[in-house]
Design a protein around this ligand. Structure first.
Ligand code: SAH
Ligand code: SF4
Ligand code: F3S
Length: 481
């Protein structure tokens, strides 16, 4: 009998990729995916711990499953990912009906753990082994990976995939749980990455996004003493036939080297999109965050980027309301955002995480309403800049990788308002190499193609355009990305 799996993923792209691999491994065990939680034999949550809100989401979703488990004790409920690593026993305490808790480094064992739980369902034994085993079952720090196991149906689209080049993080910013949940930084071996990228290309992937917590710090030390860095890896991946676009996220400001920027400039498949979180514009705050750079360093890095790349597309992350952040500190963050003119910024209210250095040593002393106000204020500044920056695309032709129907078009079809066939006109969405979202009229047959689109309208988050039908040379397309 087919077994049905329901999986819900929160958190970053690492988790999206991990879920893809868990699904691939369970398919080999005869599982099929279902989007109906009621029908599932196994329910998995792939979780995130980066902010309290992310954890609360998972705890409330788990709370809703209590009755389902009482009605059907054979249902297996598993918590995977960062929260599983960080909270371990707390999850069993708060949700005693959970069968499995598996950290991100042990996901390879999921099929075997599910089988064990199923075998023990009537007898309690195997289940209680999972429950009481504690850290011997949820082994820490042996961060193995099983990336080559892939499942195209779990990707953002069939022609876009993630490729993890780096595991873990060694930076230990004082506010952050990631070094604890994902373990120490390790670069994966280039030969393995090339092989995996070739498999992805053979499966029809046009765009690969390389993943790492500090992806530009990537380094692999070979047995003979040589080492490979991200610039060199990009050169190697660039050779792979079929791959049309390469992106990499997320960057660490201190490691944005001239060599890497030169590779981004010289390799046409590499996107000029650089997501380099600044976190704050105040040196005092950066110091308390232990980010390892000053605002002056960040500015220098920006200058270096602009020296190398004619049209960089820059993005950042900011935390507002970190311990001790004054109004003056916050104004410095606003100034930095005004100056850097990011395409977009992800803005977060500081959320104290147990086990971090900040939680142990620094008071969470900015009141919530102040965090909220600073968040809104910074967002407003960023949104204005995003819209202004998008204005330079008016009248330009951009190269769009068509991802599929736009959200509005999907809604219309789901409500029965429209029925879409291969040829019918349809609102599509896609992305430029610089990671801007483009909405335009097209048809289903264009999905998965790279097409020239002329832009006639822009907002802060979207470019609106129309497909250019006459031939446009690759040179003019490359001009505006
Ligand atoms: N490795 C990436 C970011 C990982 S977490 C990097 O270093 O760039 C993604 C973002 O979440 C961070 O950039 C930070 O802005 C935010 N974040 C991390 N910990 C947080 C916390 N405790 N409270 C609020 N935001 C946090
Ligand atoms: Fe967290 Fe800092 Fe590592 Fe990013 S670099 S994952 S913010 S510790
Ligand atoms: Fe969250 Fe873990 Fe990613 S804490 S942001 S899922 S690395």
């Amino acid at each position: 009998m087919t077994k049905r799996l329901y999986i819900e993923t929160v958190g970053c792209q690492m988790n999206v990729l991990d879920s893809e691999m868990v699904v691939a491994s369970l398919r080999r065990d005869g599982y099929e995916l279902t989007s109906d939680i009621e029908l599932a034999d196994t329910i998995l949550f792939n979780t995130c711990s980066v902010r309290e809100q992310s954890e609360n989401k998972t705890y409330s979703a788990l709370g809703r499953l209590k009755d389902a488990k009482t009605k059907n004790p054979h249902k297996i409920i598993g918590v995977l990912g960062c929260m599983a690593q960080k909270d371990q026993r707390l999850i069993f305490e708060r949700a005693p009906f959970v069968d499995l808790v598996v950290g991100p480094g042990q996901l390879k064992q999921v099929p075997e753990l599910i089988a064990q739980s199923q075998a023990g369902a009537g007898q309690q034994l195997a289940v209680s082994l999972q429950r009481t085993g504690g850290s011997s079952d949820v082994v820490k720090r042996s961060h193995e990976t099983f990336d080559p196991l892939r499942d195209p149906t779990m990707r953002p689209t069939p022609f876009q995939a993630f490729l993890r080049i780096q595991i873990g993080c060694d930076k230990f910013c004082t506010y952050c749980v990631v070094p604890m949940t994902r373990g120490p930084e390790q670069g994966r071996e280039p030969a393995q990455l090339i092989e995996e990228a070739k498999i992805l290309a053979d499966q029809g992937c046009l765009e690969i996004t390389l993943l790492g917590q500090t992806v530009n710090s990537y380094r692999y030390r070979h047995g003979d003493g040589r080492s490979t860095n991200l610039a060199e890896l990009l050169h190697q991946l660039h050779e792979i036939e079929g791959i049309r676009r390469l992106k990499f996220v997320t960057n660490y400001p201190k490691d944005m080297t001239a060599e890497l920027l030169t590779a981004v400039r010289d390799l046409p498949k590499v996107s000029p999109y650089l997501h380099v979180p600044a976190q704050s514009g105040s040196n005092e705050v950066l110091k308390r965050m232990k980010r390892g750079y000053t605002v002056e360093d960040y500015r220098e890095m920006m200058d270096r980027i602009r020296e190398h790349l004619p049209h960089p597309s820059l993005a950042s992350d900011f935390i507002v309301g970190f311990s001790g952040e004054t109004e003056e500190d916050f104004q410095k963050t606003i100034e930095l955002v005004e100056e850097c003119r990011f395409k977009n910024s992800f803005i977060f209210k500081y959320s104290e995480r147990t086990g971090t250095k900040a939680a142990n040593l620094l008071p969470d002393d900015v009141p919530y309403p102040v965090k909220q106000r600073r968040n809104n204020e910074l967002l407003e500044v960023q949104n204005r800049i995003s819209e202004e920056e998008n204005h330079r695309f008016l009248g330009a032709t951009v190269e769009v990788l068509v991802e599929g129907p736009s959200k509005a078009a999907v809604k219309r079809e789901e409500s029965g308002e429209t029925t879409v066939t291969g040829d019918s006109p349809l609102q599509l969405t896609g992305r430029t190499p610089c990671d801007r979202i483009v909405v335009f009229e097209g048809n289903l047959r264009q999905v998965g193609q790279i097409m020239p689109v002329a832009i006639y309208d822009v907002s802060a988050f979207t470019l609106h355009g129309a497909v250019v039908t006459e031939h446009v040379g690759p040179h003019s397309l490359a001009l505006l990305t």
